[in-house]
Design a binder for this molecule. Structure first.
Ligand SMILES: CC(=O)SCCNC(=O)CCNC(=O)[C@H](O)C(C)(C)COP(=O)(O)OP(=O)(O)OC[C@H]1O[C@@H](n2cnc3c(N)ncnc32)[C@H](O)[C@@H]1OP(=O)(O)O
Length: 409
């Protein structure tokens, strides 16, 4: 078995092998004309070849930027297009590709890798842990009224009052640039969000609204007329389904939610790719009106360099924490003293007694602040070495808002 890097000339054989692994026939354009694999970076992909030169496995990598807590943007590799032919499974092909890929990433100086997993049982062994979550929020229209704000005397109370901005209805085909610009502003302040490189928009890769499927788009504009939010949606059989609703601030989000929830001739509004702990549920006058379903893991995170990753993110609490981190797939182990002052961390090797001992995949899960270390202590996956250590770690890792990733790759 040989694992070899690919070039642009390998695109057809790569996609063909990948589709055979997924049991699909050769690629057809996605709904609306975009092509799913059009954004592949063939200079970052791998093919697994048998000794007689037949391709049996694929793995690719996208170059993204990930937003960390503290509105810090760092490079992150998005692992994708992983597949092994059904005839060659459970013989270590994926393991060999993962080892090669992680080694290559380190050689490039990368310290974070992320992916979306088809099955949740595959990637923990390679050091990835689920770090952001997604759910679907369904609101029946007859229960869709928003409550007036209860905050008194603050100018910036979340707007459930009149919207000083405006909402304009456009077609997806006429507002690609607006979507790209607003998404880019939004993702810079949202922990867990990934960049959508310009190429994704130009080739219409991925899912709506990046791919140009027919959609209505409600664009929110601020008082100066500058777009600062959008909701991309379609309606069918009395259900209005929103692909994604994003806004630069809560007032813009509320205005878009009011627009969607006030849509005539629909019985329910379904918000796809919705974050956990979103204020909209609290804005509904009837708290039970927002029905949550499809709650699942989304972005999985893998730390390739623990000190670099820990010093890269912002921290909202000063103090010290000692983490004993095991990385069985790469055969590594390290104990680190994390010292945070004024929101910036220093991270060095130490012999001090640890506060927590954890697997690198669990460090990936808590890294963006979307999973509390104490939950994994209670689950029996992280070991707390003294009373109070888990609560201290919870306070350290928490982000300014729950991490969320909308991007489908
Ligand atoms: C980021 C993405 O692109 S996600 C897309 C993942 N791809 C798919 O789901 C496509 C369909 N599935 C496949 O192509 C293959 O089954 C793959 C890629 C998931 C696994 O490839 P394989 O070459 O069979 O994996 P490999 O032999 O290296 O397995 C390593 C270990 O993971 C386990 N494993 C791998 N896949 C699975 C699975 N789907 N379910 C349970 N265990 C699995 C193996 O049993 C093995 O365990 P062991 O080390 O205890 O023996």
């Amino acid at each position: 078995m040989e694992i070899r890097p690919t070039t642009d000339q390998d695109l057809d054989v790569f996609v063909d092998t990948l589709h055979a692994a997924f049991g699909r026939f050769p690629e057809t354009p996605t709904e609306g004309g975009g092509v799913w694999w059009a954004a592949l970076e063939m200079d970052r992909s791998l093919l697994a070849m048998t000794a007689d030169g037949r391709p049996v496995g694929t793995a690719a990598a996208y170059s993204f930027e990930l937003t960390l807590p503290g509105e810090i943007l760092v490079p992150a590799t998005g692992v994708t297009a992983v597949g092994v032919l059904p005839s060659h499974r459970r013989k270590g092909v994926l393991s060999a590709m993962m080892r090669q890929q992680l080694t290559d990433l380190r050689a490039r100086g990368e310290f974070l890798s992320v992916l979306l997993a088809t099955e949740a049982v595959i990637y923990r062994r390679f050091g990835y842990g689920p770090a952001t979550y997604t759910q679907r929020l369904t609101v029946p229209r007859r229960q869709a009224a928003l409550a007036p704000s209860r905050a008194r005397g603050t100018a910036d109370a979340p707007a459930t009052g009149p919207d000083p901005g405006s909402v304009e209805l456009l077609r997806r085909s006429e507002c690609g640039e607006i979507l790209e610009e607003v998404y880019d502003r939004y993702r810079r302040a949202q922990p867990g969000a990934l960049s959508r490189p310009h190429r994704w928009w130009t080739v219409g890769a991925g899912q709506p609204p990046v791919s140009p499927a027919p959609r209505y788009v409600a664009v929110h504009r601020d008082t100066d007329g500058v777009p600062d939010g959008y909701a991309s949606y379609s309606t069918e059989s009395g259900t209005l389904t929103v692909d994604e609703t994003i806004a630069i601030d809560d007032a813009g989000f509320t205005a878009l939610a009011r627009f969607l929830l006030g849509h005539d001739l629909v019985a329910e509004v379904v918000f796809d790719h919705f974050p956990r702990e979103h204020p909209l549920r609290w804005q509904l006058a009837d708290f039970r009106a927002g029905q949550v379903s499809g709650d699942m893991d989304w972005l999985w995170v893998r730390l390739l360099d623990v000190p670099r990753a820990l010093t890269a993110r912002g921290w909202s609490m000063d103090g010290e924490l000692v983490l004993d981190v095991d990385d069985p797939f790469l055969g590594e182990h390290g104990r680190y003293l994390l010292t945070v002052q004024d929101g910036k961390a220093d991270c060095v090797r130490t012999d001090r007694e640890p506060d927590l001992s954890l697997d690198v995949s669990d460090l990936g899960s808590v890294y963006l602040g979307g999973t509390a270390p104490s939950t994994l202590v209670r689950a029996g996956h992280i070991r707390a070495h003294r009373p109070g250590a888990a609560v201290l770690a919870d306070a350290f890792f928490r982000a300014e808002r729950p991490p969320h990733c909308l991007h489908w790759f």
